[in-house]
Design a protein around this ligand. Sequence first.
Ligand code: HEM
Length: 180
Amino acid sequence: MTAATLFTAGDAGAWQVEGIEACVGASLPEAAWLTVSVGVATPGAGPAWTLRGVTSNQRYTNRHEQPRLLAKQPPLDRPEATCAALIAIRKSAAWWALAQDERREILEERSHHIEIGLDYLPGVARRLYHSRDLGEPFDFVTWFEYPPEQAGAFDELLIRLRVTPEWEHVEREVDVRLAR
Ligand code: HEM
C-alpha cells in the first residue's frame, strides 16, 4: 500500500499557518506551522493535530477529462507557488451509500466539479488524498499550491464549488491557509 502522507500542525514546519476556518462543522485546533511528510511522523513536541491521507487511482474522471487535466495541471512545489491551502472534507453517510454512477452524476453532471476546476489550471496545483479508509476524521485531504497573484482566483473557485449539489453532501470542511 502507498505510504500515507502526514500533515502535522504544530510549532515547526515549512509552511506557516495563516488561518484556519471551519466552513462546515467543527474546526481544527489553532497551530502556527505545518509539516508535510511521507510515511514518518515528525519528531518533536506533541503536534496540535495530524491528518493522514493516501494518493489513489481516479474514481470519477472519464476518458475525455483525464487528458485535459493532464495537459493543463502544473506540478506541486513550483518555486513561485508560495501559497497553499489544505482543505479537509468529510462527506455524509448518504453520499457514501450512493452507487458509483450516482456519485459521478452529482460530482460532474450536476455540479461540474471537474469542468469548474479546469478553469483554474494551471494557476492552481492540486493533489487529492484519501483518508476515509484510514479511519481518519475526514474522508479527504485536498492540497492546493498557487502563487500569491492567484489567491483571488482560488477564492472564486471555492465560491463556485461550495454552492453545488455536491457540497450538500459535505458535512465537515476545514480550510487551512498557508504560506512559505
Ligand atoms: C483546482 C481545481 C480543481 C480541479 C481541476 C479538481 C479536479 C478534481 C477531479 C478530477 C476530481 C476527481 C478525482 C477522481 O476521479 O477520483 C476531484 C475530486 C475531488 N476534489 Fe477537486 N478539483 C479542483 C478543486 C477542488 C477544490 C478547491 C476542492 C475543495 C474545496 C476540491 C475537492 C475535491 C474532493 C474532496 C474530491 C474527492 C471527491 C470524492 O471522491 O467524493 N477540489 N477534483
